[in-house]
Design a binder for this molecule. Structure first.
Ligand code: GDP
Ligand code: MN
Length: 355
C-alpha cells in the first residue's frame, strides 16, 4: 500500500519525526490563515512532482489561490490530486537522500543515503550511495557512519535514524524514503518529502490504517495513449463491446475500463482522473447497464467530476437499469444530457471529434 505524502507525514509525526508545519486543502478550504511563504504540493501517488510543476512556492494569498486552481487540474503522470498539501516554506541549506527499505533477497532492512538528495537523485550512480544493512544492534554505529558520509552532525542524525527505524518497524513499512531530508539554515533536520509503502499483509494488526491508498481502477487498461475516445462501462463484457463499437466506427479508443459492479462516486471520479491524463481524448463514452451499480450514484459522480475537472472532454452518456429515472433527473437539472442507446452516443461522439 502506497501512502500519499501527507498520510506518510502524519505517520512520521506520530513517531516523533520532524515534518514541516502544514495541512491539506481542497477547493473549498478557507485559506485566510495560511502563513507565507508557503509550499503547495500536489498529493498524487507518484514522485517527480517537482519537475512536473506539482510543487509550487507561493508568497501571497492570490498566488496560493491561483496555484490551488492550477494544481487541481494538472495531471501528474496520469494522476489528479484530491487534496493539496500546504506547508511552511523551509530555508534549505542542504538536501540529503535517506531511505529504509526491505531487502527481500537477504530478508533485511537496508539504509540507503546520498549526500545530494532532491529532485535529481536518480541521476546519481548506484555506487555513490551509502547502502548498508541496518539492525537493532548496529543502529548507533551505522548512524555515525552515515553522518560522516553525509557530512552532517552526528548528534542530530543519530536520533533521527533511530526514530526513522522505529517508525519503519512499528508501521510494517516496506519502504520509507525521505527525499529531501532537509538540513535547514537553522541547523535542524526536517523531512521535506516522504514516500512510504506499507506491507498489505500486516493490515490485520493495524486497525488504525485508513488511507486513501492509491486511487486507481484496477480494471483500467490503456489501449492507445494517443486515442481520441475514452470509455467507461460496467462489466467486462459491456466494456469490451463498448471499445469494439468505438473501433467499428473508425475511432481510436484510448482505454478499456470496467468500473465494476459496485461503481460509486469515488471509482467514477478516479476513472475521470485517469482519462483526463490522456492528451488527445476529445470524447468520453459512458455506457452503464446498472444492476448492483446504481445509475444515480454514477450520475452524482458525473456531476461532481464536471465541477471539479474544468478540462473534462464532452460526455456521451447512456444509462440503463437500477435507478435510471433518478439519474436522468439529476443530470437534467445540471443540463447534462443522456442518450438512449450506445449507437446514439457514438454518433454524437463522432460529430464532436475534430482532427
Ligand atoms: P517530488 O519532486 O515529488 O519528490 O517533490 P518534493 O517534495 O521532494 O519537492 C521537490 C523539491 O521542491 C525539493 O527537492 C526542494 O528543492 C523543493 N522544495 C520542497 N519544499 C521546499 C521548501 O520548503 N523550501 C524550499 N526552498 N524548497 C522546497
Ligand atoms: Mn521528493
Amino acid at each position: 500500500m502506497k501512502l500519499l505524502e501527507h498520510e506518510a507525514k502524519t505517520l512520521l509525526k506520530k513517531n516523533h519525526l520532524p515534518v514541516p508545519n502544514g495541512h491539506t486543502i481542497t477547493l473549498s478550504s478557507d485559506l485566510t490563515e495560511v502563513p507565507f511563504p508557503a509550499v503547495v504540493k500536489s498529493q498524487v501517488p507518484t514522485g517527480g512532482r517537482g519537475k512536473l510543476g506539482g510543487v509550487v512556492i507561493v508568497e501571497t494569498l492570490d498566488q496560493l489561490k491561483q496555484t490551488r486552481d492550477t494544481l487541481f487540474t494538472l495531471p501528474i503522470k496520469e494522476f489528479l490530486p484530491q487534496v493539496l498539501l500546504v506547508e511552511e516554506k523551509l530555508a534549505i541549506e542542504k538536501e540529503y537522500y535517506l531511505a529504509l527499505l526491505v531487502d527481500r533477497t537477504s530478508s533485511t532492512i537496508r539504509l540507503v543515503a546520498h549526500r545530494q538528495g532532491g529532485i535529481e537523485v536518480e541521476d546519481n550512480n548506484a555506487s555513490d550511495f551509502f547502502n548498508e544493512i541496518i539492525t537493532d544492534n548496529n543502529l548507533h554505529e551505522l548512524a555515525e557512519e552515515v553522518a560522516i558520509f553525509l557530512d552532517c552532525p552526528v548528534v542530530k542524525l543519530s536520533s533521527f535514524i533511530q526514530d526513522l527505524y522505529d517508525a519503519f518497524v512499528r508501521n510494517d513499512a516496506t519502504l520509507l524514503e525521505i527525499n529531501p531530508l532537509i538540513y535547514t539554515s537553522k541547523h535542524s533536520l526536517v523531512c521535506g518529502d516522504c514516500k512510504m509503502e506499507l506491507d498489505d499483509a500486516a493490515t490485520f494488526r493495524h486497525p488504525d490504517w485508513d488511507f486513501e491508498s492509491t486511487p486507481q481502477n484496477t480494471n483500467f487498461v490503456t489501449l492507445n495513449a494517443e486515442g481520441k475516445v475514452a470509455t467507461i462501462a460496467n462489466g467486462a463484457g459491456l466494456a469490451m463491446s463498448t471499445v469494439d463499437a468505438v473501433v467499428d466506427r473508425g475511432m481510436s479508443p484510448a482505454n478499456f475500463l470496467d468500473i465494476g459492479g459496485g461503481a460509486n462516486t469515488e471509482s467514477v471520479m478516479t476513472a475521470f482522473n485517469q482519462i483526463v491524463a490522456f492528451p488527445n481524448v476529445q470524447a468520453i463514452v459512458i455506457n452503464i447497464f446498472a444492476g448492483i451499480t446504481r445509475c444515480d450514484e454514477v450520475a452524482k459522480a458525473i456531476i461532481e467530476a464536471k465541477k471539479r475537472i474544468p478540462s473534462l472532454p464532452p460526455l456521451f452518456i447512456r444509462l440503463a437499469g437500477t435507478n435510471f429515472e433518478e439519474a436522468v433527473t439529476l443530470l437534467a437539472v445540471e443540463n447534462i444530457p443522456t442518450l438512449k442507446t450506445l449507437d446514439e452516443c457514438l454518433d454524437a461522439a463522432q460529430e464532436a471529434l475534430h482532427e
